[in-house]
Design a protein around this ligand. Structure first.
Ligand code: DX5
Ligand code: ZN
Length: 224
């Protein structure tokens, strides 16, 4: 079983001090930095885009994991690559040409991920599996932090794991991940855990360190 990676989502950070918050989660043990980009069209919320990502790029050396909740997305992929994203994840539901989007991400020299909304089956990505570095299983409906984990997604994680087989493809979960829900998602086969509110609660670096440690411990307890 691969090591568990914790990817705090800056969606729950204090945006007025975003650079400092990124440095704080870096020091607190984050493995990746998860960047939730929302366009107010694909999802009912708006966050930030490439200029903000570029501005915080200098504040950490950690892996930038961009989750693009955008439609259309293809014409913006170059800007996210230039801003310093390492993984670019698009939604399977975001457009009619997922295969083209994934090819474009890899041709920019970046890792390619695909995200599935709760209602989208794993079969939607069966035929693009060879183009993937990561599958993101949404465990809430995208758009907001702090929502409750949807337990029906556990069987989807199992199906994604079966589809992946021995390929070096990460399985990420996003939404409602806490020390309480983490054991089940890793037991089902996920190895990258996104957490927003569960990491940033408390609002201090000491709290972030404890929160990340608690999630990592809970997630690792169930490893075979
Ligand atoms: C939801 C975002 C998530 C969100 C998770 O649309 O993709 O990354 O920040 O927040 P929590 O961990 O609070 O559910
Ligand atoms: Zn996300």
């Amino acid at each position: 079983m691969a090591d568990i990676l914790i990817a705090p989502s800056v969606l729950s950070a204090d945006f007025s001090r975003l650079g400092d918050e990124v440095e704080a989660i870096d020091r607190s043990g984050a493995d990746w930095i998860h960047l939730d980009v929302m366009d107010g069209h694909f999802v009912p919320n708006i966050t930030f885009g490439p200029p903000v990502i570029k501005a915080i790029r200098s504040r950490t050396k950690k892996f930038f994991d961009a989750h693009l909740m955008m439609s259309p997305v293809d014409s913006y992929l170059g800007a996210f690559a230039d801003a310093g994203c390492d993984m670019i994840t698009v939604h399977a539901e975001a457009g009619p040409h997922l295969d083209r989007s994934l090819q474009a991400i890899r041709s920019l020299g970046k890792k390619a991920g695909v995200s599935l909304n709760p209602s989208t089956p794993v079969t939607a990505i069966e035929h693009v599996i060879e183009r993937l570095d990561m599958i993101l299983i949404m465990t809430v409906n995208p758009g907001f932090g702090g929502q409750a984990f949807i337990p029906a997604m556990l069987s989807k994680i199992l199906r994604a794991k079966a589809l992946v087989g021995k390929r070096p493809i990460d399985i990420q979960v996003d939404g409602g991940v806490t020390p309480e829900t983490a054991p089940a998602v890793t037991a089902a086969g996920a190895n990258v855990l996104v957490a927003g509110s569960a990491v940033f609660k408390g609002g201090t670096e000491t709290a972030y360190t404890k929160n990340i440690t608690d999630i990592r411990r809970a997630a690792s307890g169930n490893l075979a």
